[in-house]
Design a protein around this ligand. Structure first.
Ligand code: NAD
Length: 246
């Protein structure tokens, strides 16, 4: 699909590998966007930006740091131009059963997966509101919709991200800023590679299409939501899970 994002600036968090890398590639190569590849792992951010021959720049950011986010948004806009597309993709897991879940594990996951999206949206929408134009896509998870044993912190963060998405979509629709979420199911990345074989098999058995998803499966939907083809879609959660949750 021609996404027609020619010359528009897109900022993708956690784009140093996995789903974020595929999203950055899709927006740049499929859409012609100028992409800011953000990651706390600066080496990976630079590598991804270099791999994307179609135009991208790597930036170091830890998305739990609000002041650093403001500074990074200013730097991206100075280097590449006004941000038109924001993708909140950075995410972590710190799995444990409730009885053993530490406050630190709770706070770390909520900070990266939920609070960071509030911080980045606040930072980029200042300019978007003035320009009356913008598209935001938050990467949540089917786990935020159905829960998962051992992932109370992760599920809470991803469910919170859905509420955040819908609220901000309502607030900003009149400014022509669309805010949507994509909920992947079980996607082959470093995050899921850590799962024990037993858990992988149990999860795979629940997928109607009979295969795990790829980062590109998710990136294609993010690209669609970022494009004008989705100009009448806001406040939605699009599930990309091969029919795991129906
Ligand atoms: P991943 O672990 O492979 O990659 C995550 C990237 O985010 C890494 O490059 C990491 O350095 C970066 N990151 C982590 N914390 C950061 C921080 N504080 N600041 C900046 N960058 C940070 O993960 P993935 O599987 O590609 O997942 C990407 C997103 O998709 C996450 O939000 C995840 O919750 C979500 N998701 C993944 C799956 C899956 O099956 N893989 C399913 C549903 C949702």
């Amino acid at each position: 699909m021609n996404l027609d994002l020619d010359g528009k600036v897109a900022m993708v968090t956690g784009a140093g590998r996995g789903i974020g890398k595929a999203i950055a590639t899709e927006l740049a190569c499929g859409g012609g966007a100028k992409v800011a590849v953000l990651d706390r792992d600066y080496e990976h951010a630079l590598e991804v930006a270099a791999d994307i021959a179609c135009g991208a720049k790597g930036f170091r950011i830890d998305v739990v740091d609000g002041a650093a986010i403001d500074a990074c948004v200013a730097e991206v806009e100075k280097d590449l131009g006004p941000i038109e597309v924001l993708v909140n993709n950075a995410g972590i897991t710190r799995d444990n059963l409730l009885a053993r879940l530490t406050e630190e594990q709770w706070d770390q996951v909520l900070d990266v997966n939920l609070k960071a999206a509030y911080l980045t949206m606040k930072a980029v929408t200042r300019g978007m509101m003035k320009r009356r134009s913008g598209r935001i896509i938050n990467i949540t998870s089917v786990v935020g919709m159905i829960g998962n044993k051992g992932q109370a912190n992760y599920a809470a963060s991803k469910a919170g991200l859905i509420g955040l998405t819908k609220s901000v979509a309502r607030e900003l629709a009149s400014r022509n800023i669309r805010v949507n979420a994509v909920a992947p199911g079980f996607i082959e990345t470093d995050m899921t590679a850590r799962l024990p074989a037993e858990a992988r098999e149990a999860l795979s058995a629940q997928i109607a299409l009979g295969r795990l998803g790829t980062p590109e499966d998710v990136a294609a939907v993010v690209g669609f939501l970022a494009s004008d083809a989705a100009s009448y879609i806001t406040g939605q959660v699009i599930v990309v899970d091969g029919g795991m949750v129906m």
